[in-house]
Each structure stands twice: as C-alpha cells, then as structure tokens.
Design a protein around this ligand. Structure first.
Ligand SMILES: Nc1nc2c(c(=O)[nH]1)N[C@H]1C(S)=C(S)[C@@H](COP(=O)(O)OP(=O)(O)OC[C@H]3O[C@@H](n4cnc5c(=O)[nH]c(N)nc54)[C@H](O)[C@@H]3O)O[C@H]1N2
Ligand SMILES: Nc1nc2c(c(=O)[nH]1)N[C@H]1C(S)=C(S)[C@@H](COP(=O)(O)OP(=O)(O)OC[C@H]3O[C@@H](n4cnc5c(=O)[nH]c(N)nc54)[C@H](O)[C@@H]3O)O[C@H]1N2
Ligand SMILES: [Mo]
Length: 761
C-alpha cells in the first residue's frame, strides 16, 4: 500500500493568473511577433531611453554578456546580437521597479509566501541588505557591516562541513573563483550548484568516455562545417534562440537537421530570422528536415538502435576506432544481442524509421549531436549520453571540423563556474594548484551536491546555507521537503538581484544581500571593474557592465565574498582578501596560475572575441581517460515505463520564463496565454482515461514513499507521444521525489516523473 504524504503545491489554489486561453501551437518561431515582444518587455520595465542604451550593449565587444543563456557569440556580430528572451532577461534586471525597506515593512513573509513566482520577482530589484531573526514576521534593514559580521560569526561557530555554499550559473568567473576559495579556506567542499540539476549527466558521461566533461565543437563547427546536426531533448526556439541563426546558416551550407523530441517545438519546425528580410516576411527557413517523435526517456533505445545498425552494416570508421578507441568488440556484441522489440517499444520509433535515420547518418561525413535537459534529467541519463558518444565515435565524428558532442549549456556562465572550481567533487590537481598558490591545505573529502545538501538540511546537519544567486527553494525537487529543510537551517543567506521564493522559505535567521547584475557598472574599490565568462563552446570573454546600478547600496558579488573572506580570515593567512576585493585583476592573476588554459589571462581577455580554452578531443583527438583512448560503450536498454493508468511527465520551460524567473503567463509557441497551470496530454490517452480536453485535474506523482500532488491543472490535448505528458516547472517541482535522481550524476529526474491525472475536486 502506498502511504499518502502531504506534499502539495500550496500556491496552486486561488491563482492570481489572468484568464487561461488555449490556441493551436505555432509552426514557426520569432519573426515580427518576437521582435515586438522583446520591445514590449523592454519598454515596460526600462522605458525607451534605457531600453535602447541597454539592448545595444548586449553581447557586443566592450558590452556585457547577455545574462540569459550560454549560447556563444559569432565572430561577426550584428548590431543587435540578442534574442527576444535575452531582451526579456536584460529588461527584467534593468527594470526601474524597486523592492525597498518600505516594501518589506508592509509585507510579512507569510503574505509573500501566498504570492506566485511571477509576482515576487515582478516587484523589482532588491535595494539594501535585509535581515529576519527567529520568530520575526518581517524582514528589516541591516547594514552591510553587520550582515557580513553575522555570517562570519555563524560560520566560525560551527564545523565547516555544517555549512553549504550554493552557486547559480550566472556568477562570473571572478566571483566563482573567490567563492570556492572562501569555502575551501574555511575547510569544506560543500559547493553544490545548479549544474547538479542541469548538465551534470553530460559532464559525468563525457568525462568517462572522452576524458573531458565538456562539448567538443565550436560555433563555426555548427554554423559552417557540419553536414548533419541532430538536436535531441532541447528546445532552442525558446531556450537558445540565437542558436536558430547558426542552424539557419548551417542549412545554407547544406547541412541537414534532425530534431529528436517528443514535442514538435516551433523553433525547430520553421524559423523566421528577424535579422534577414526573408525572416521578417513570412517565408522563414524550414530548419528540421526530420522530426523523430521519440517517447520521453526513449533516447537511449533510439541511439542504441542506430549503433546496432551501423555496426551490422559495417558502416563504422575502422582506422579511427583502432587508433583512438577501446571497447568496440565488446560493445558490438552487446548491440548485436539487443532485441528490436525492446528498441522500438522503449523509443516509440518504428524500426523502418530508425533504418532511414541510419541511412541519413551513413550519407553524412560530419555529424554533431546537440542536447540539453530532455536528455540529462532521467534516471538513465549518463548511459544515454555515453550511447550518444559511442554513436559519434563509431564513425569518427569527434575531433574533426563540423563534428562532435554539443551539450548546450543553460545559464550564461554555468560552464565557467565549473572551470573555476565550483564543484563538490574537485579534481585533486585543482586542489594541489590551490594549495601551491595560497599556501593552505584545501579539504580533500567530497562535499554535498544539491540532493545531498537538501538531505543534510532535512536531517539537521546544516547550520549555514549561503547561495550565490539562484532560487534554491523553487529550482530544486520535492518542494515541500526542500522548503521544510531550509526552515531547519540556522542561517540562510541569499545573494540576489530580485525577490524570490528562497527569500520567503528561509532559515531560523536569514539575510538577503542585494547585488549588482551583469548589466550594471561595477565600481568596486573606486575603479571600473570587469568580469569574464565562458560560453557553451569553451570561449572565454570579458563582460563590462554599463548601466547605473539599481541602488547605491548594491555591492558586487566579488565585493560581498571578499568582505566575508576578510571578516573570517583577515588578509594575511595566504589570501589577500582586501586586495582581491578592490582589484579583480588580482583575482585573474591567481586564476592564471591555478586554472589550466588561463595562462596570461588578463592579456588574452583583451582580444575582442575572447579566447578558446584547450580541448583535447576537439583539438588533437587527445582523450585523457585512464587508458588515453576514447571508450566505446553499449549501454543496457532501459527506460522508465509508466504502469497502466499512469503517464510519464516531463517538466519543462514555457517561452515566458528563465528557470524560476517567470516573466509572464504566455507560452506563445505552444498556444498558451494567460496561465501556467496546464498539462499537455495526447488526445488518445485522454480518450482512454475518460478525461476531457479542458478538464481541470490534479497531477499526482507516485513514488516508493507515497504520493505527491500538484493541484488544479487544465488539460490541453497536444501532440505528444502516447503515455507522455508535459507541464511547466517550477510549479511541478512538488512532484519530483528528492531521492529520484540519475544514476552516476545524481541529477533529479525532472523529465521522467510517473504520474496519474485525477479530476480536481
Ligand atoms: N528563455 C530561456 N532560456 C533559457 C532558460 C530558460 O528557462 N528560459 N534556461 C536555461 C537553462 S539553465 C537551461 S539548462 C537551458 C534548458 O534548455 P532546454 O533543455 O531546451 O529546456 P526545457 O524546457 O527543459 O526543454 C527540454 C526539451 O526537451 C524535450 N524533452 C523532454 N523529455 C525528453 C526526452 O526524454 N527525450 C528527448 N529527446 N526530448 C525530451 C522537451 O520536449 C523540450 O523540448 O536553457 C537555458 N536558456
Ligand atoms: N522540475 C524541474 N526543475 C528544474 C529544471 C527542470 O527542467 N525541471 N531545470 C533545472 C536547471 S537546468 C537549472 S540550471 C536550475 C536553475 O536553478 P537556479 O540557478 O537556482 O535558479 P534561477 O531560476 O536561474 O535563479 C533565479 C534567481 O537568480 C537571482 N539572480 C539573477 N541574476 C543574478 C545575478 O546576476 N547575481 C545573483 N547573485 N543573483 C541573480 C535572482 O534573484 C533570481 O530570482 O533549475 C533546475 N530545476
Ligand atoms: Mo540549467
């Protein structure tokens, strides 16, 4: 018998959402509606003058890096090198609205908890440090000095391993480097980050089989050299819109594009590029040549099927396999033994279609596979990505122009943060380099990742939780468990730009520390400072804030961390915290000696388009695995199959959000306006379940420890494979069990949740 536990979405009832309307999904992306949308947001949040000033600086040489996604900039930048969603992200940060001390005096935390995620952030920018103490109902102002002193006191009073330092992927390289330095000087590797919920599966799998946890392609590989690009589990039209321009360019060079996705996402069907006349008129470029409607979690089976065929047909690159790889013979036997019945049942793709896809693959010389969250957030994500690496290796598609693996990163600097040492499992060589540079012995024991951090908080093992950006309470799984866990922590500290759920689900004491955003001028230490970021293709470049800060009391992330370092350690215990906090060049100087690839950092950063980090597999087919060879693996066929009467839920992003930042209630391409509580279901499933299109249901997830419920969702009949449903996060995070995560990477399985739909009563 399943125990029924009280994990419910407390915000679901009495929604302040405008009226939900549902239309047919769109068949093309961007074009004029996209341009109008970006202007509408900008004007509303910033007004005309600030809008123009701001948008012309995005992703330009000497301007700031777009704070939205991690898609790289082309060498040939256009005057407007941003997209509709980048413009929203910028406008959201550069808004003229403010959340000040009067706002907090007028709003109890309890009243703020009743608000939804959109409302909280829409109140505007945080302006000064705020504190709430045990038993208090309202936040009140606190000085920077007292706030920093308080954190230092609480950290000193406890064991280093009872503190946790979370990072979201917007932090610059400089901020990330000093943050991990502070945690390690304190004596802990408890450095969970948003990567744990994002591309951790990619890093884990690629590290195992090609020796580096990053992608192996450049912008030009995609835009100019590839002749086949496969896009699996990614919705670039919404989440990496500038990628569509690169895909359009790739098509003009004759590349074919295959989309592998349960949903037929608008951006991949047809793209109207507002930068070209062809785009502004309604012709558009047909991007995807083939759409493969794989079942949710069916990709391992699909790629295993392709690999089986390539080996059977002897369509593999023998010289490459002999020179650069190991494991082929064993894998070939495993593929030969796989049954087609399993492959087609688990992938949902008929054998003939997989055969035709293999024909296309055989006819192409330079293949890239791109992917994102549709592949990384399942129990079998690590083997799935290993299987994709095998697929590319079989025909020598790694380490030559126009070919390779391309995990497309999320947050604008999530990849750079890892490079800077934000990782709960740091490699020994990195720790050795820190020791040699700063003269203290960093802790060697691995720290908590996101799931382990929540478990530790739940079990009373954490006294201080600090977050450098992000929205931990809303982005993580099992909302009811996580918010209760946060409430049990002695002190929670959020370094943030905007009000969010993590401020209202706080510890016994809590601080909100408002910081400068990417767009703003940083004059820490009395001179203009700049920072750097790394994009999804391993290019590092500078970012120069240009706007006046949202309030005179904001501090930079670097400034906040260095002040804390100074309070904890002074400036004479190996790290000159005072010096680092006033001159970011000095941080870069340290980085140049600690992090491989950053030698002569300051100088290289002067190059207008930035500089590439070394990448063994891409540059020279050097694979730093234990054997020095890339590993071919065949991975046992697995997929989550929902029991009868149940469905497999994937939780995804609407077109109107950036993770937990909800800009508005529309999902234009999928035909949704005025609401977010919708669940997309195949019409035949609805018929079988006796549920009507438009009905209101609760989504109930079923797990070993009982049931979790998200209330009042409107059913939308939609083109998704049988048995597979979709709904937006963060609203559905209440349904994702904390202990349901990917084998090997421990990424929460937010794309495969077993659910059933119940009429809402
Ligand atoms: N505007 C905007 N940009 C963003 C973000 C944002 O929220 N808004 N978020 C940023 C971040 S941090 C990230 S990580 C990226 C996320 O970028 P995406 O990964 O594109 O984001 P999701 O909305 O989670 O989309 C997942 C896609 O995978 C598909 N999918 C789901 N399950 C499966 C499956 O089992 N197999 C396959 N083949 N496909 C599947 C879904 O239908 C959907 O198209 O975007 C980044 N950029
Ligand atoms: N169910 C489900 N859950 C998911 C996912 C999913 O697909 N499904 N996706 C996962 C993924 S891929 C990711 S990356 C995580 C994201 O998890 P997070 O990175 O923790 O969350 P965000 O929503 O990106 O964080 C938004 C907050 O960041 C703060 N912020 C914005 N800019 C800045 C800045 O410049 N500095 C600082 N200090 N703060 C800033 C603002 O206060 C804002 O409220 O969510 C994960 N959660
Ligand atoms: Mo992400």
């Amino acid at each position: 018998m399943l125990r029924v536990t009280e994990h419910t979405d407390e915000h679901a009832e009495d929604l302040p959402e405008p009226t939900l309307r549902i239309r047919d999904p769109k068949t093309s992306a961007v074009g004029i509606p996209g341009v109008l949308r970006s202007l509408e947001y900008s004007l509303r949040e910033m007004g005309p003058k600030r809008s123009l000033q701001t948008l012309l600086k995005v992703n330009q040489v000497g301007g700031f890096d777009c704070p939205s996604c991690a898609w790289p900039d082309p060498d040939h930048r256009k005057a407007a090198e941003f997209c509709e969603n980048g413009a929203k992200a910028v406008a959201w940060e550069a808004t003229r609205k403010r959340v000040d001390r009067d706002f907090f005096a007028a709003s109890s935390v309890a009243s703020l908890r009743e608000r939804d995620d959109h409302w909280l952030e829409a109140q505007g920018r945080l302006t000064e440090p705020m504190y709430i103490g045990p038993g208090e109902t309202h936040y009140s102002p606190i000085s920077w000095g007292d706030a920093i002193g308080l954190i230092a006191d609480r950290l000193r009073a406890t064991d280093p391993d009872r503190s946790v330092f979370y990072t979201s992927g917007r932090a610059s390289n400089e901020a990330a480097f000093v943050y991990q330095l502070l945690a390690r000087q304190l004596g802990t590797n408890n450095l969970p980050d948003c990567s744990n919920m994002c591309h951790e599966s990619s890093g884990t799998a690629l590290g195992e089989v090609i020796g580096i946890g990053k992608g192996t392609v450049t912008y030009a590989d995609i835009a100019e050299h590839a002749d086949l690009i496969m896009i699996a589990g990614q919705n670039p039209g919404t989440n990496h819109p500038r990628m569509l321009t690169a895909l359009e360019e790739a098509k003009s060079h004759g590349a074919k594009i295959v989309s592998i996705n349960p949903l037929r996402e608008a951006g991949l069907v047809k793209f109207r590029n507002p930068q070209t006349l062809r785009g502004v008129s309604s012709v558009g470029t047909k991007l995807a040549d083939v759409h493969v409607p794989v079942k949710v979690n069916g990709d391992l089976a699909l790629f295993a099927g392709l690999n089986k065929l390539l080996v059977e047909r002897d369509a593999v690159a023998h010289p490459f396999l002999e020179e650069h790889t190991e494991g082929f013979d064993v894998a070939a036997q495993a593929w030969a033994a796989m049954e087609w019945d399993d492959i087609t049942r688990l992938s949902g793709i008929p054998r003939e279609d997989i055969e035709s896809l293999a024909d296309l693959v055989e006819s192409r010389e330079r293949i890239i596979v791109c992917w994102a969250m549709g592949l990384t957030q399942h129990k079998n994500s690590v083997p799935t990505i290993r299987e994709i690496a095998s697929f590319l290796l079989l025909r020598g598609n790694i380490g030559k122009p126009g070919a390779g693996v391309a995990p497309i990163r999320g947050h604008s600097n999530v990849q750079g943060d890892r490079t800077m040492g934000i990782w709960e499992k740091p490699p020994a060589a990195f720790l050795d380099a820190l020791r040699d540079e700063f003269g203290f012995d960093p802790p060697r024991e691995h720290g908590y990742d996101v799931v382990a951090a929540i478990e530790a908080m739940r079990d009373g093992a954490v006294d201080v939780f600090m977050a450098l950006g992000g929205n931990f309470a809303a982005a993580t799984p099992d909302t009811a468990v996580t918010t209760a866990a946060l409430a049990d922590v002695g002190l929670t500290v959020q370094v943030s730009t905007k009000l969010n759920r993590s401020h209202v689900h706080h510890g016994r004491e809590a601080l909100i520390l408002p910081c400068l955003g990417r767009t703003e001028r940083d004059e820490t230490g009395g001179r203009e400072q700049h920072v750097s970021v790394e994009d999804s293709m391993g290019m590092v470049h500078g970012s120069y804030g240009r706007l006046l800060p949202g309030s005179k009391d904001l501090r930079s992330e670097v400034g906040i961390i260095c002040a804390l370092g100074e309070a904890l350690f002074g400036s004479d215990q190996g790290v000159d915290w005072t010096g680092l906090g006033v001159d970011y060049d000095r941080i870069r100087d340290h980085i140049s000696r600690v992090v491989p690839g950053f030698e002569d950092f300051e100088n290289k950063l002067k190059s207008p388009n930035g500089f590439p980090l070394p990448n063994g597999p891409r540059d020279s087919r050097t694979f730093t695995t234990t054997s020095g060879l890339a590993r071919i693996t065949a991975n046992p066929l697995t997929a989550v199959e929902a029991p009868p009467g149940h469905l497999l839920l994937q939780t995804l992003r609407s077109h109107d959000q950036f993770n937990t930042t909800v800009y508005g209630y529309d999902d234009r391409y999928r035909g949704i306006t005025g609401g977010r509580h919708v669940v997309f279901v195949n019409p035949d499933d609805l018929r079988e379940l006796g549920i009507e299109d438009g009905a209101t249901v609760d989504i109930v997830s079923v797990w070993t420890d009982g049931e979790r419920r998200a209330k009042t969702f409107r059913v939308v009949a939609y083109g998704t494979p049988r048995g597979c449903v979709a709904a937006y996060f963060p609203e559905t995070n209440v349904l994702v069990p904390l202990d349901s995560y990917a084998d090997g990477s421990r990424t929460p399985t937010s794309k495969s949740v077993v659910v059933r739909l119940e009429p809402h009563r």
